[in-house]
Write a protein that binds this ligand. Structure first.
Ligand SMILES: C[C@@H](C(=O)O)C(=O)SCCNC(=O)CCNC(=O)[C@H](O)C(C)(C)COP(=O)(O)OP(=O)(O)OC[C@H]1O[C@@H](n2cnc3c(N)ncnc32)[C@H](O)[C@@H]1OP(=O)(O)O
Ligand SMILES: [Co+2]
Length: 133
């Protein structure tokens, strides 16, 4: 059911500056994409079969803006690749996990994504991610 660690999301204040930092480390940003539904701009770095997502808020009410206000920059979420996101959501709902998204939404790269509340996952914001690749 779980395919791989799809990506780690990192909340940053300024995407362009953060890209310089991460590329200085030797990483390569593959693409930068805005995801209006999530009020974020994302820089995607591939690392083997996984990705790092640098996330900048595109509005004051973005979840990233609120996160940074409260906790500063840093690791924001863990995304796991799944075969069938609807089936997984059903299962977790049945088991009593607190779902932020009952139905998947469209995320970066057109993936189907859904979040599970950190209060249900030992303090980790968990993202389920189904890609058609
Ligand atoms: C581009 C796309 C993609 O991959 O394709 C993305 O990733 S979009 C990535 C951006 N989109 C998202 O994050 C969407 C899902 N996130 C959300 O719906 C929200 O951010 C929530 C996770 C529900 C938190 O929102 P809320 O308004 O409740 O904020 P809050 O500060 O009151 O947080 C409530 C409690 O959760 C904790 N909390 C908040 N954000 C957290 C995080 N990222 N990791 C771990 N804990 C977190 C807070 O410390 C607080 O705990 P205490 O009460 O103990 O202090
Ligand atoms: Co993500």
């Amino acid at each position: 059911m779980f395919k791989k660690i799809d990506h780690v999301g990192i909340a940053v204040k300024n995407l362009d500056e953060s890209i310089k930092v991460w590329e200085g480390l030797g990483f390569k940003v593959e693409e930068v994409e805005e995801v209006p539904d999530q009020k974020v701009r994302v820089a995607v770095i591939r690392v083997g079969e996984s990705r790092i997502e640098l996330l900048e808020a595109t509005s004051e009410d973005s979840p990233i803006a609120k996160f940074i206000e409260k906790r500063g920059e840093g690791i924001h979420h863990l995304a796991i690749g799944v075969e069938d996101i609807e089936a997984k959501l059903e299962e977790l709902k049945r088991k009593g996990y607190r779902l932020i998204d009952e139905k998947p939404r469209i995320g970066a790269g057109g993936a189907k994504i859904a979040f599970v509340h950190p209060k249900s996952v030992t303090g980790v914001l968990l993202e389920l991610c189904e890609r058609s690749e």
